[in-house]
Ligand binder design. Sequence first.
Ligand code: MTE
Ligand code: CO
Length: 426
Amino acid sequence: MTHRPPLHTGRRRFLTASLATGGAMATAGLLPAAARAATPDPLITEVQPWASGFGDGVDAHPYGLPTEHEGDVIRRTVSWLTADTISSINFTPIHALDGTITPQGCAFERHHSGAIDLAKPDYRLMINGMVERPLVFTYDDLERFPRRTMTCFLECAANTGMEWAGAQLNGAQFTHGMIHNMEYTGVPLRLLLEEAGVKPEATWVMAEGADASSNARSFPIEKMLDDVLVAFKANGEALRKEHGYPVRLVVPGWEGNMWIKWLRRIEVADAPWESREETSKYTDTLANGTSRKWTWVMDAKSVVTSPSPQSPIRHGAGPLVITGLAWSGRGAIKQVDVTVDGGRTWQTARLEPQSNPLALHRFYLDHQWDGSDMLIQSRAMDATGYVQPTKDALRAIRGLNSVYHNNGIQTWLVKANGEAENVEIS
Ligand code: MTE
Ligand code: CO
């Protein structure tokens, strides 16, 4: 599954061997560097092909792509889950990424009627309804408004949805990969609404995209006047086509289906667009047959991305970096605890500092692995004091009929050989 450059196998073997003999140093938290230097390693002692001639010139890649050695860090689909490739979903390879920013090229996609091609000169954004001045903006018009830049996560409400009934998909990419985290640049929607002049009796806003599905959604006007961005850049460059080029809505902390791509119209109203089938689509059916709806804010959640089924441990016992992601739509992540024994004991992980509370947070636990089986879990707590629930606690409240908003604690069984499996414990 993993692409390993053949030239590196010698070094890999050597590291494994030295770790096996260097137990004492490993428990001290250091790799046995002295032992490593004692064994002749051709990668150190011999001139390698890449040092014997010229590399690529600066004109080889006017726009660079990842090296071929990272060719398995790609979006993937699940064939039985999506009947066709157009109204479809793929998954971010979160098991292979680190830090917090998701590169656009491997950030998951969800389209209801395919990713459309829309050029900037053809772009229009209309604001109509309960406003003093109905307006149409071109792309150039949008660029003349004051801008903001902020990093936030987008999680599809269906993320982890296949796991309601039990452990199902074998990999963090598939169980938790309907998420990405980018630095967006755009115009606060509030400024455009002020330009149009929202009438005092307005309470709701409908937003829709230019694609055939339109993905129309209703929003309470307070959110639209708060932190919503009309974004045209992601991670410093133009949005990719599949993420809504040239303009998408960024709705911090709220479920992904509200983040309208190829944004083309904003209608201000005094009621939600309930007549539209789409507006009430993302509901959670409870055990008694009633539904939760308007569950827009994403609750605190976390997952260990490595080790995990697609990111097994490739070395022996000793120092092991356990890492993962945590996020909440209600505020910054304050603490992530990690267990390696199925919840009997917990350790508080290190959180990397974050600027925006509604962005992905990265956590690390620097662990000394004794080489035996582990049941690894992570548990996030956000600024409101809310603690990520177990899957059983979530099922006790929400039953088994839901698809959306599964933020239960994930368990990986990591075996002595380093391989990992998606399991559930109670
Ligand atoms: N916007 C439009 N216009 N059309 C769509 O199909 N899909 C929604 C949302 N916005 C959608 C859309 C859903 S369900 C999600 S989860 C996010 O876009 C996915 O955004 P991404 O493809 O950039 O990951
Ligand atoms: Co979605």
